[in-house]
Design a protein around this ligand. Structure first.
Ligand code: FAD
Length: 380
């Protein structure tokens, strides 16, 4: 976010989180990339410092900071530090709100304190091996038997998939009814029949655990249903705009920082007796990227303020997601090119940004699905 949109309290929060990242994340990230996940202790440290679920009411241990600018700061700072491992945004922006917004008082008391402290790590499982974009086509089922649901099925590509202690699972409670048969049910770590599969081998984001999940006759108390039965699709549609905005916030920040690195590189690297930034092609590429990033930044800051007022539409969130992630991937590719051979070496952050960025166009609803949403809202 541009600094003129931030008040003193946001700037203090940003400074505090930046220091946290410098001390607790950056020195260890390379090792976490080898490990394939970040340690649980990081989550607890983040929770103890007030960097998880900031919006949740003080009654449950949160800061009660119902201001999305704090969420945006967390995403931006992690991107600026090239720290793609900690899945804080999934936890805070994408999963916890299902509980704080649609949960019962009993569920809030049971789960929110742990989510805030980082003792409990959250995930959301919609995608399955046979269906991702078509959420209404999921095959995982939750059959009501007395005071419990019996969950059967398989999920894949789930962020925080290994670390999670609770996962909001999209399951069919009425298999005949497509979207109107989807419910959201919380499955917890030690429930019999809930197993993690592989920590998937991705092309980037190596410190973030992305996993398969299996549910075999998992008996889940009916009190773990979020909201009402068969209303899951509606809840997802209500919450996905924030998820998409968060992806867009990360995308524009990633493009900005990639350009900063590249400007520095173009100043110090010489070829044919002059800095490579002085070639007309380099200058034009840098000028084009700067222009597009400025345009994107203006739109995203506008979206953040709209979202804070509860006015961000589903289509605007979709526009923000597809346009900024396309921009991010394009900018990072051009920045890598300007680094020459060094751009392909993982010791340079631009190389890691390149492999980390690619998933942005796919998850949170693919960019093609974003265009579907916008086009359909136009009446087509
Ligand atoms: C790193 C990573 C993390 C993820 N984290 C999570 C998570 O935490 N939870 C979760 O539930 N999921 C997660 N996902 C899954 C992600 O949301 C899906 O991969 C995505 O929604 C696309 O679904 P799919 O992979 O099944 O592709 P498909 O739906 O099979 O689509 C394949 C291609 O067809 C295109 N396509 C499909 N339908 C249409 C259409 N109607 N019109 C035009 N084109 C179409 C798509 O755009 C895509 O290009 C993650 C994925 C990745 C890569």
């Amino acid at each position: 976010m541009r600094t003129n949109l931030l008040k003193e309290e946001h700037l203090m929060f940003r400074d505090a989180f930046r220091r946290f990242v410098e001390k607790e994340v950056t020195p260890f990230h390379a090792q976490w990339e080898k490990d394939g996940l970040v340690p649980r202790e990081l989550w607890q440290k983040a929770g103890a410092s007030g960097f998880l679920c900031m919006d949740v009411d003080e009654a449950y241990g949160g800061l009660g900071a119902k201001d999305y600018r704090y969420n945006a700061i967390i995403s931006e700072e992690l991107v600026r530090a090239a720290a793609s491992g900690p899945g804080f945004a999934v936890h805070t922006d994408m999963v916890a709100p299902y509980i704080s917004q649609f949960g019962t008082e009993e569920q809030k008391q049971r789960w929110l304190p742990g989510l805030i402290s980082g003792e409990t790590i959250a995930a959301i499982a919609m995608s399955e091996p046979n269906t991702g974009s078509d959420v209404a086509g999921i095959q995982t089922t939750a059959v009501r038997q007395g005071d419990q649901y019996v969950v059967n099925g398989q999920k894949t590509f789930i962020s925080n998939g290994i670390l999670n202690d609770l996962v909001v699972v999209a399951a069919k409670t009425d298999p005949a009814a497509a979207a109107k048969g989807v419910s959201l049910i919380v499955v917890e770590r030690n429930m019999a029949g809930y197993e993690r599969g592989r920590n998937l081998d991705k092309i980037g984001m190596h410190a973030q655990d992305t996993a398969e999940l299996f549910f075999r006759d998992v008996a889940v108390p009916a009190s773990n249903l979020i909201g009402q039965e068969n209303m899951g699709f509606i809840y997802l549609m209500q919450r996905l705009p924030q998820e998409r905005l968060t992806i867009a916030v990360g995308a524009i920040a990633a493009a900005e920082v990639a350009l900063e690195w590249t400007i520095g590189y173009c100043q110090q690297r010489t070829a044919f007796g002059r800095p490579i930034g002085k070639f007309q092609n380099s200058r034009f590429k840098l000028a084009e990227m700067k222009t597009e990033i400025e345009i994107g930044r203006t739109f995203i800051d506008h979206c953040i303020l709209l979202h804070n007022r509860g006015e961000l539409s589903v289509e605007q969130a979709a526009m923000a997601k597809w346009w900024t992630t396309d921009l991010q991937v394009r900018v990072i590719d051009q920045c890598l090119q300007l680094h020459g051979g060094y751009g392909y070496m993982l010791e340079y952050p631009i190389a890691k940004a390149y492999i980390d960025s690619r998933a942005q166009k796919i998850y949170g609803g693919s960019n093609e699905i974003m265009k579907e949403i916008i086009g359909r809202a136009m009446g087509f």
